[in-house]
Design a protein around this ligand. Structure first.
Ligand code: NAD
Length: 512
């Protein structure tokens, strides 16, 4: 179907009203929401003011005081129901993700699957918020470490994972006994409204089953940066979990730190892969193509820098250039499409500027041209660009949130490893090799300095079981699996004296 014939606004209305969202929520407001598929406006939402944000946070704090008293496995039951509701509404929410962000169908559905997966993880976690018993030097004493609910968790999310990132935070925060306040990207508020409606269905079932949910346990704030700022500045928000650009994190991090709040910062990446002389080039080509072109280069873990050993450069790179020239670009709703649109004109302009800068730095550009402009003048489709660079320089050390893959030839493994690490960001990385020494060195203490280091797969496409996040200008936060839950709780060390004397630690005497 041609782009011009898509009826996206009507589809969006149908999906949202089916989820129970009132029709008037979608019209008459100041926040115009557009679909990158056609560029058309699909809703006009009402925004919350900064003052009303503070009121909402005060209510969320009151909810926290009640929710923390509910036993954790019972809190987990709410998340189990959320997982069930997400399963029921997976197709609808997945489609909405595709319409609002421009992700191809399998990725829209994959995003919802990720939400379901983290719910399953969090349900198990709700019975595993383990502390420690620690050996004590004092007789008849017991020392332990216990974990307690923290407070209001503020979630600020980016456009490119409009709902999965919420679910990583929300499911963990809620089983940990916190209330949540969510400020989604102003570019993708409809998926947030849908998700909130799905959560409300889970809450209704929980309450119908006899569960207690305080009002304002989970609040959604529709608005722009000013709403995010109000959330960041509010001392009642114990934890700010903010996902977005490094520029955003540079503002948010110091503000939260200045009021001694806690933050999880999930910021920009500039992810690399090394292709060694022994690499399986078939796997490499497919791994590179998916990581670099998938989601139209708009994943935080998108592959942006490729270092190819000179002995395999001529076998791999022409094949990649061919794949770049032939990959299917178009409506993400159409089966067979692999590359959907960029989010907006700003993203397109930044991509073109980066390509010009790459040329000025000696780069040879393949692709990068605008596509389908005659079908949809307000949508921004591009052919992904592969740029052969003489060295790592110019725009290559910055994150441009678009499908540009810079390729550099290398001859020495240690040089490639140094290049992998020689950027300010530290999110994800990978190596394609069958050489055990290279493989182990890459994941060792002297290896990749990123939060994610993969072998024989690309840097993108993480599973929820691992801790997700990165180092350096990526912000240092960890979300999702492993022990990331600890960031959502406060830790206490408890020493209990069950004896009849009062021995002091370190042999200290204080005899009255
Ligand atoms: P963005 O920084 O423009 O916006 C992200 C969110 O922050 C939005 O909700 C926005 O309203 C809010 N915001 C912006 N400035 C703020 C401020 N001063 N105070 C409070 N809130 C503020 O990012 P984007 O364009 O939506 O997303 C793309 C970026 O996100 C890329 O850099 C990408 O790498 C990054 N990202 C990182 C991860 C990760 O886990 N590391 C995941 C997804 C996206």
């Amino acid at each position: 179907m041609s782009l011009a014939n898509l009826k996206l606004a009507a589809e969006v209305r149908a999906i949202l009203t089916d989820l129970g969202v009132k029709a008037e929520t979608l019209t008459g407001g100041s926040l115009a929401v557009r679909s990158p598929i056609t560029g058309e406006t699909i809703a006009n939402l009402h925004e919350i003011s900064a003052a009303a944000t503070d009121e909402a946070i005060a209510k969320a704090h009151a909810a926290f005081l009640e929710w923390r008293m509910i036993p954790a496995p019972k809190r987990g039951e709410l998340i189990r129901l959320l997982g069930e509701e997400l399963r029921t509404h997976k197709d609808a929410l997945g489609k909405l993700v595709s319409i609002e962000v421009g992700k191809v169908t399998s990725e829209g559905l994959g995003e919802v699957q990720e939400m379901i997966d983290i719910c399953d993880f969090a349900v198990g976690l709700s019975r595993q918020l383990y502390g420690l018993t620690i050996a004590t030097e004092r007789a008849d004493h017991r020392m332990m470490e216990t974990w307690h609910p923290l407070g209001v968790t503020g979630i600020i999310s980016a456009f490119n994972f409009p709902v999965a990132v919420w679910s990583w935070n929300a499911s963990l925060a809620l089983v940990c006994g916190n209330s949540i306040v969510w400020k989604p990207s102003e570019k993708t508020p409809l998926t947030a409204i849908a998700t909130q409606a799905i959560l409300e269905k889970a809450i209704a079932r929980y309450v119908a089953d006899g569960g207690v949910v305080p009002p304002s346990l989970a609040t959604l704030l529709i608005g722009g940066r000013d709403v995010g700022e109000a959330l960041v500045d509010n001392a009642k928000v114990a934890l700010v979990s903010a996902t977005g650009s490094t520029a955003m994190g540079r503002k948010v991090g110091p503000k939260v730190a200045a009021r001694f709040g806690r933050s999880i910062l999930e910021l920009g990446g500039n992810n690399a892969a090394i292709v060694g002389p022994t690499a399986d080039l078939d796997i490499t080509l497919r791994g590179v193509a998916f990581s670099a072109m998938g989601t139209a280069g708009q994943r935080c873990t998108t592959l942006r820098r490729l270092f190819v050993h000179d002995s395999v450069y001529d076998q791999l790179v022409p094949g990649l250039i061919k794949a770049y020239g032939s990959v299917s670009i178009g409506s993400p709703l159409q089966s067979g499409t692999l590359v959907g649109p960029l989010i907006d004109k700003g993203a397109f302009d930044r991509m073109q500027q980066a390509l010009e800068a790459a040329k000025a730095a000696g780069g040879k550009v393949h692709g990068g041209e605008r596509q389908l402009a005659d079908e949809a003048g307000d949508a921004y489709y591009v052919r992904p660009a592969l740029v052969e660079m003489p060295e790592q320089s110019g725009p290559m050390v910055d994150e441009t949130f678009a499908p540009i893959l810079y390729v550099v030839k290398y001859s020495n493994f240690d040089t490639a490893l140094a290049l992998n690490n020689d950027v300010p960001q530290g999110l994800s990385s990978s190596i394609f090799t069958n050489d055990m020494r290279e493989m182990e060195a890459f994941v060792s203490d002297r290896g990749s300095d990123c939060g994610i280091a993969n072998v024989n797969l690309g840097p993108s496409g993480a599973e929820i079981g691992g801790a997700f996040g990165g180092e350096k200008e990526t912000g240092g936060g960890r979300e999702s699996g492993s022990d990331a839950w600890k960031a959502y709780m406060r830790r206490a060390t408890n020493t209990i004296n069950y004896g009849r004397t009062l021995p002091l630690a370190q042999g200290v005497k204080f005899d009255l």
